[in-house]
Design a protein around this ligand. Structure first.
Ligand SMILES: NC(=O)c1ccc[n+]([C@@H]2O[C@H](COP(=O)([O-])OP(=O)(O)OC[C@H]3O[C@@H](n4cnc5c(N)ncnc54)[C@H](OP(=O)(O)O)[C@@H]3O)[C@@H](O)[C@H]2O)c1
Length: 261
C-alpha cells in the first residue's frame, strides 16, 4: 500500500513541536501541503522550510493563541476566506494537570474553551469546503483518558470525553459526504508536555524525574514511551483515501497501555 496525500491540504494545530509537528512532517512527506499553527511565529516560519516539498507541496503557517478565542476566531476566518483544507488535525495544548478537588468551575470553563470550543469552531469552518468537495478528514488528538481516566488530570479527563462524543455525533452527520471523523487516544509520547507533567509529578512525590519516567515506561507493555513519528504514521493513514471506511471511532496508540477492550 502506498499512501499518497498529493494535492491534499492539511491544517495542523499545535504543530511547532511534539505530536503536532510529527503529524505535520508525515503529512507533508506523504504529499500534502500543510499549514502549521501555534503561537511561535518565528519557529513556524523556519519549520515550513524543513517540510518536504518534493511533490510540489506548498506550506504555510498561522501564528495563533488558542487561549485568546476572539483573536483565534479572526485569524481563522481570514484564513478560510482564501484557503480550503481537506485534512483537519485538531490538536491543542493539554490543560493544566491536577486532581478533581483542586479544580474550580473557572478551570473547567477554561479547559472547555481550549479543548472543545476551538475544535468545534475550526471544524465548522473547515467543513464548508469539505462538504462541497464531498471529501474530508477530521482527526482529533485525544487521550487514552477518555477510556481510562488518568489520576491527576481531571480537566483533561472531563473535557476530552466531551470532544470524542461530539466527534462521534458529527461523524453520523457527514458520513455520506465522504468525510470521516476520528479520535486518536494518545498514550505516552516523548514530548515537552510529558517532560513537564513528569517534572510536576516528581516535585509532588519528592522523587527524581528519571524515576517518574521509568515508572511510566514500565507501565507500558512495550516498555517504552512512544516516538511522535509513530503517531505521524497513524495520522497519515487515517488521512488517506485507503482509510475511507474508518469513521466515528476512537483509535488508541499507546504501546498496549489501555487495559480495557
Ligand atoms: N505527549 C503525550 O504523551 C500526550 C499524552 C496524552 C495526550 N496528549 C495530548 O496531545 C496534545 C499534544 O501534546 P504534545 O505532547 O505534543 O504537547 P507539546 O509538546 O506541549 O506541544 C504543544 C503544541 O501546542 C502549541 N501550543 C501550546 N499552547 C498553545 C496556545 N495557547 N495556542 C496555540 N498553540 C499552542 C505548542 O506550540 P507553541 O508553544 O509554539 O505555541 C506546541 O506546538 C496535547 O493536547 C496533549 O495533552 C499528549
Amino acid at each position: 500500500m502506498v499512501i499518497s496525500l498529493i494535492g491534499k491540504k492539511a491544517l495542523v494545530g499545535g504543530s511547532s513541536r511534539g505530536i503536532g509537528l510529527a503529524i505535520a512532517e508525515q503529512l507533508a512527506a506523504s504529499g500534502a501541503s500543510v499549514t502549521l499553527m501555534s503561537r511561535s511565529k518565528e519557529k513556524l516560519k523556519n519549520l515550513i522550510d524543513h517540510l518536504s516539498t518534493d511533490k510540489g507541496q506548498k506550506h504555510q503557517y498561522l501564528a495563533v493563541d488558542f487561549t485568546d478565542f476572539k483573536g483565534y476566531q479572526e485569524i481563522l476566518e481570514r484564513y478560510f476566506e482564501k484557503n480550503s483544507i481537506d485534512i483537519l488535525i485538531n490538536n491543542t495544548q493539554g490543560p493544566e494537570a491536577g486532581g478533581a478537588l483542586e479544580k474550580r468551575v473557572v478551570d473547567y470553563q477554561q479547559a472547555f474553551d481550549l479543548l472543545f470550543k476551538t475544535v468545534v469552531f475550526t471544524t465548522e469552518l473547515a467543513l464548508e469546503q469539505m462538504q462541497k468537495n464531498q471529501w474530508g478528514r477530521i482527526i482529533n488528538v485525544a487521550s487514552i483518558s477518555v477510556k481510562e481516566p488518568l489520576s491527576y488530570l481531571a480537566l483533561s479527563n472531563s473535557i476530552r470525553a466531551a470532544v470524542v462524543t461530539w466527534a462521534k455525533s458529527l461523524s453520523f452527520d457527514v458520513a455520506r459526504e465522504g468525510i470521516t471523523v476520528n479520535n486518536i487516544l494518545t498514550g505516552y509520547f516523548d514530548t515537552e508536555r510529558i517532560a513537564q507533567l513528569n517534572a510536576k509529578k516528581a516535585e509532588k512525590l519528592g522523587v527524581p524525574q528519571a524515576e517518574v519516567r521509568s515508572t511510566m515506561e514500565n507501565q507500558v507493555p512495550v516498555k517504552r514511551i512512544g516516538d511522535p513519528k509513530e503517531y505521524g504514521y497513524l495520522v497519515a493513514f487515517l488521512a488517506s483515501q485507503q482509510a475511507s471506511y474508518i469513521t466515528g471511532t476512537n483509535i488508541p496508540i499507546d504501546g498496549g497501555l489501555l487495559k480495557s477492550l
